[in-house]
Structures are given as structure tokens and as C-alpha cells.
Design a protein around this ligand. Structure first.
Ligand SMILES: [Zn+2]
Length: 491
């Protein structure tokens, strides 16, 4: 079994901190009534007033609690986990950007494990209709937090078939679509003058899980031995400051799976603890997290609340390091581009493949085989490629790339080499498509590069070997559209 999915739900060591599900009812009602949405409160922190010419951006901030009030199972790990409460709330947060020329873009950053296209497409269609935000202007990011609830048809074959649970998941997913729409409306209503700055810190807890057996990591670290494999320990940071000096928002990223915990308690995992820490140390700010290319990275060692909190603290410290500066002001220019490309499968499954899978002792594969056989018998054709989303935004000279699915760290390293170290390379955007291996990882095989597309419900086992080439060519086209950062910025 694959590394992080092979872990069974372990009894939580710190369950005494959880609160009953019933206690979440008020919060959920607040979401339903729209009261859970709050424009980013202006911080009272005193600071130098911003010069007027540096505030040509208008930025809006909003946030909403998304912790379910019904027992929606926790997502990921290929097993059923019924919730028993929460360590802290789960959030969806939004940043709306408006440049001096009136161009807009909205980033939604959530604590979800995986947002399926069947959910995000509903959000994108409504935002286009209600706010004129075309597809290039909205990214829906999910942290890939494995202590969050199931959504729609994300990883549907991971869980035993249970009609009552499916109904809860459908209702929760529909409520979250509405929450995302209200959230964006609130962020747009909050648009106000602001300065945007960017910088970066570091945090060292992400471990390349392909190259370091989990059982050996703690001993190696104790002996002071270096760990193996590629990582991206950068913590990119973007700040939003109001003309009175108030820090309205901190956007930060990190390349690592939020899989420290595998309990039955809702929580934001290490990104959740980092957000809590930053909002505590900067009262009035909204902290938003995006997972960069952490597809092959795990927080190791793991599986305890103290470790999870420690990684959150380490990440928050990386953000604080960036906040101490120097931070670069971002000129108020905005360009956006988007493409949905047909990412080819190696080959589409046959009826014989599915019959074999349906009898497989692996429950996930067996459920997938049975479900797809039923589609085949109903005459539903299988596509030979998957519609895969790619974004490029340029804010001033800062390039922000958004990629669907679980991108491995090679993509971040490649695009930062290509477009500059200040480039943000977000994975886990718009659609939990599947693992997106680089050519290297595809050739090596294993979980992130091998025959595991069935886990995502796709009608194939593997991507075609051209996956990186295809993605990189499209990213280049998108970057040309928004204008590549000046060579001087590519340090
Ligand atoms: Zn994953």
C-alpha cells in the first residue's frame, strides 16, 4: 500500500481536547445565515502610514467557518473515519485583488483535503455569472488536510458505500459551494486600498517520503544524519497592509502533506496550527495557507498532536522570518491566464482490467472496479485524457502558478529555476485530479508516479509519460500570456 494511505486511523493521543459535534451547530448555522462571513477585521497594530502611490491595489479579505455540524467522515487515508469533534475550526478564506486598471482576481484558500472538479466547477460557474469573474481569475486552493471532511466525489472509492453518509456528504458539499460564493462576495465587498508585499522564510520539517522510509526518519534525525531526496523548504509570504498600517492578511505557502494526524478529530493539521499561531500573534489579521508542491513530501516524524502543533509553530516562524524583511512592494498590475489541458492516460482500462480489479483484495481497487464496470455496462464511454487545470497570475513582477492535483516537488523547483526564486507554484488548486508526477517520478514509479490513478476514480492506471512535458509547455504558454517576470527578478 502507498505510504500515507497505508496508515490506519490511529486513536488520537489528545482526544480530550476535542469538543462534541453538537457543539458545532451554532457555527454551522452561522455559516448558513451568512453570519460566518466576516470581512477581514482591520488590525489595530500601529505602523508607518503607507505612501499613497504604494496603495494603488485594492484588496478584500473574508473568512468563513467550514467545520461540519453533521458527522461527515474525515477524508483521505483510504478508510472510514467518523468524526468525534474538533481541535479547532476549519476555514475557507478569500483574498480579492483589484489592480489599478480594474482587473480582478480571487484566491480561495481552504482547509479541505480535496476539492473535486464537480464541486469547484459549480463555484466557478456561479462566480462568472454573479461577479463576471472568468475562470482565469479564480483559484480554489485546498490544503490537502487529512483531518477535514469528505467532499462530493473526491476519492469516493476510499470509503465503504453508505447511502446515509453519501447524503450527508452531498448536503455538506452543496453548503460549501454556497459558502465559497458568499465568501467571494464578502471579499469583493471588502475591497479597499492596500499595499501588497512579498518575501520568503524557511521551514525544515517537510521530508521527501519517497527517499526516506518513515520508520527510519526519527533515528536518522537523532543521529544528525542528513535526509535524502528533493524538498522545497521555502515559505513564500505575501502581506496585505492597509494605509493605516494594519496588517489585513498574510498569505503563506509550504510544500508538504498535511498528514501529521490521522485521528477522527477535525483540525487543520500543521497549516491549521500555523494559521492559528499567526492570527494570535497578529491580532486582526487573516492568515491564509496554500500547499505548494507537496505531493511527495510528508511531515516526519508524525502522528501526535504535539508534533502537529510543533510543525505549525515552525511554519509560523518561517512566516515571521519573512515578515521581518526585507519584503518587496508589489506594483499594482495584474494579469491572469488559465488553461484546461487534456492530460493523457497511458491507456484506458478495459473490461478485463475492471473485472480483475473488482475481485482484488484491495477494497479501494475492488470498489473502483465494480463502480466503473457498472458505467461500462451502462454504455458510458471512458475518456482517454483528463481535463487538467493550470493557472498563471502575475501580480506586479510576482508570478503565481496554480496547478491541479498533487504536484510533486520537482514542479516547484523547475518553475522557480525557470521563472525566478520568487515564483509561487501552488499545487492542490481547483481539482483533486490525482498525483501529478514529474518525468523523473513517473520513470521511478512508486506511489506518486505509478499505477494508482484508480484511487482517484480515473479510468486508467497511469498518466502517459509525457505528463511533465505537457504541463510545462502549457505553463510556458500561460506565463508568456501574463508576461514573464523581468530577468532581474529571476535570482
Ligand atoms: Zn496526498
Amino acid at each position: 500500500m502507498p505510504p500515507h494511505h497505508s496508515q490506519q486511523a490511529a486513536p488520537e493521543a489528545d482526544a480530550g481536547r476535542s469538543v462534541p459535534i453538537a457543539g458545532l451547530l451554532v457555527l454551522f448555522l452561522a455559516i448558513l445565515l451568512g453570519a460566518g462571513l466576516a470581512a477581514g477585521p482591520g488590525a489595530a497594530a500601529a505602523a508607518e502610514p503607507e505612501s499613497t502611490d504604494a496603495t494603488a491595489w485594492r484588496v478584500g479579505v473574508a473568512r468563513a467557518v467550514i467545520t461540519p455540524d453533521t458527522p461527515v467522515w474525515l477524508a483521505g487515508y483510504g478508510t472510514k473515519r467518523e468524526p468525534d469533534g474538533k481541535l479547532h475550526d476549519l476555514w475557507a478564506k478569500a483574498l480579492a485583488f483589484e489592480a489599478a486598471d480594474g482587473g480582478r482576481a480571487v484566491l480561495i484558500a481552504t482547509d479541505f483535503q480535496g476539492v473535486p472538479a464537480s464541486m469547484s466547477d459549480r463555484v466557478f460557474a456561479r462566480l462568472a455569472a454573479d461577479h463576471g469573474l472568468d475562470r482565469s481569475r479564480v483559484m480554489l486552493a485546498y490544503s490537502h488536510n487529512h483531518s477535514s471532511p469528505r467532499l462530493g466525489d473526491d476519492l469516493v472509492d476510499y470509503y465503504p458505500v453508505d447511502p446515509a453518509q453519501e447524503a450527508l456528504v452531498d448536503r455538506y458539499t452543496a453548503a460549501c459551494v454556497e459558502t465559497c460564493l458568499r465568501l467571494v462576495g464578502a471579499a469583493l465587498a471588502d475591497l479597499a486600498p492596500a499595499t501588497i508585499r512579498v518575501g520568503a522564510g524557511r521551514a525544515g520539517f517537510a521530508v521527501n517520503r519517497r527517499d526516506n522510509p518513515e520508520a527510519e526518519v526519527a533515528d536518522r534525525l537523532a543521529r544528525g544524519e542528513p535526509l535524502r531526496g528533493m524538498t522545497d523548504h521555502a515559505v513564500p509570504v505575501l502581506t496585505v497592509t492597509r494605509p493605516d498600517g494594519a496588517l489585513a492578511a498574510i498569505l503563506f505557502g509550504y510544500a508538504c502533506h498535511p498528514t501529521t494526524l490521522s485521528s477522527t478529530t477535525y483540525c487543520g493539521d500543521y497549516p491549521g496550527f500555523a494559521q492559528v499561531a499567526l492570527e494570535r500573534s497578529h491580532p486582526g489579521t487573516t492568515a491564509l495557507f496554500v500547499n505548494t508542491c507537496g505531493g511527495d513530501q510528508n511531515p516526519l516524524p508524525r502522528r501526535s498532536v504535539p508534533l502537529c502543533e510543533r510543525y505549525g509553530t515552525m511554519l509560523a516562524a518561517g512566516v515571521e522570518e519573512a515578515l521581518r524583511g526585507p519584503l518587496d512592494s508589489v506594483p499594482a498590475r495584474l494579469r491572469t491566464a488559465f488553461a484546461s489541458i487534456d492530460l493523457d492516460y497511458e491507456r484506458v482500462v478495459t473490461e478485463a482490467d475492471l473485472r480483475q480489479a473488482a475481485a482484488d483484495p484491495n477494497a479501494i481497487k475492488a470498489r473502483w472496479g465494480r463502480r466503473l464496470l457498472a458505467k461500462l455496462e451502462a454504455g458510458e464511454p471512458f475518456a482517454s485524457a483528463y481535463p487538467y487545470p493550470l493557472h498563471a497570475w502575475r501580480l506586479g513582477n510576482t508570478l503565481v502558478l496554480g496547478m491541479g492535483g498533487e504536484t510533486v516537488v520537482d514542479y516547484a523547483l523547475r518553475f522557480k529555476r525557470q521563472w525566478g526564486a520568487g515564483t509561487w507554484v501552488l499545487g492542490y488548486t481547483d481539482d483533486m485530479a490525482a498525483y501529478i508526477p514529474s518525468r523523473r517520478v513517473w520513470e521511478e514509479g512508486g506511489y506518486e508516479g505509478g499505477a494508482f490513478l484508480y484511487e482517484y476514480g480515473r479510468p486508467a492506471f497511469r498518466w502517459a509519460g509525457t505528463v511533465e512535458e505537457r504541463v510545462a509547455a502549457t505553463v510556458t504558454t500561460l506565463v508568456e500570456k501574463v508576461g514573464p517576470p523581468p530577468a532581474a527578478e529571476r535570482d
